[in-house]
Ligand binder design. Structure first.
Ligand code: PSU
Ligand code: MN
Length: 301
């Protein structure tokens, strides 16, 4: 077993059997600009605490896997330049070579499982990119959901992805996709979409029960909980579609590929919306953290 460095707060929570919620760090280093990224990271942790659970932000720092970060570590990570983006493929190499990296959904799930944390909140998951039939660009997040038993709360998938193909891959991989409070699979910046989510559960206790039942059935893998953005923070999809198309064509022209694609698109969308997308992003991450905390409280044994 590799050594895990738990924060003081997480150490106490583990000893007391408190409800824990994992939080990823790629959203901090590659998903939002400084200083808003740091403010959001702090705010989301505070939201989890306000609900009666304990946040565990996850990252690799100088070769050590951190589960829960103190204020200085969070600040250093938010300001750091050139931090590696760690998915399933990169995590071991980063730890083995003493590197520093932020964890994606896939890598955060791996760390959460090692730490015995069942629930994880983020903004959006990676998925099947538009044009994947040529590029083969499918996020490792989807295969991680199929094999690592963590319930992930997200606001659906961004329109930088081919959402219909993303749902198809999740179905093929046997990942339960559960919409909360509505039938539609939410579209990140907007609540609705033309796609229906395969499952719907409006009560965190049901989501917790489904998580437990998967384990009891001996099924590997987690669940994707799709929690719509709060109504007052929504951005109509008409406003964003041209911007996404622009970001996509900029990425193609610049020859962006591999793990650089998602961060490039996110950054371009922030620039092209002059920060409007950021306000929505913050509102939905906070909303997801609150729901994740409620599920974690139900799952506490
Ligand atoms: N989608 C978002 N915001 C994000 C990400 C995705 O709306 O911050 C990040 C997450 O960390 C996710 C990762 O796990 O990007 C997916 O990267 P890739 O597509 O390269 O697998
Ligand atoms: Mn990719």
């Amino acid at each position: 077993m590799i050594p895990i460095q738990y924060s003081d707060e997480v150490t106490v929570a583990r000893a007391e059997g408190a409800a824990l919620v994992a939080l990823e760090s790629t959203i901090i280093t590659h998903g939002m600009p400084y200083p808003q990224n740091l403010e959001v990271a702090r705010q989301v942790e505070a939201d989890v605490r306000a609900m009666g659970a304990v946040p565990a932000t996850i990252a690799v720092i100088d070769g050590t896997l951190h589960v829960g970060m103190d204020a200085d570590q969070l600040e250093a990570l938010a300001q750091a330049k050139g931090v590696a983006k760690l998915s399933r493929a990169d995590m071991a190499a980063c730890i083995a070579t003493g590197g520093t990296g932020a964890t994606t959904v896939a890598a955060t799930m791996i760390a959460a499982r090692l730490a015995g944390i069942h629930v994880f909140a983020t903004g959006g998951i990676g998925g099947v990119h538009k044009g994947a039939e040529d590029s083969f660009d499918i996020s490792a997040d989807l295969m991680e959901l199929a094999q690592t038993p963590v319930t992930v709360v997200a606001a659906g998938a961004k329109a930088i992805l081919d959402v219909a193909k993303t749902l198809e891959v999740l179905e093929t991989q046997g990942v339960p996709v559960i919409a909360v409070g509505q039938d539609a699979f939410p579209a990140f910046w907007s609540r609705g979409s033309r796609l229906k989510a395969p499952l719907r559960m409006d009560d965190p206790a049901q989501i917790a029960a489904a998580h437990r039942t998967r384990a009891a059935l001996g099924l590997p893998g987690g669940q994707l909980v799709a929690n719509p953005i709060p109504q007052d923070a929504e951005i109509p999809s008409e406003d964003l579609l041209p911007i996404i198309a622009q970001a996509q064509s900029d990425a193609n022209r610049a020859g962006i590929s591999g793990k650089a694609v998602t961060p490039y698109l996110l950054q371009r969308i922030f620039e092209l919306t002059q920060g409007r997308s950021l306000d929505a992003n913050i509102a939905l991450v906070r909303n997801n953290a609150q729901l994740a905390a409620r599920i974690a409280l139900e799952l506490r044994d």
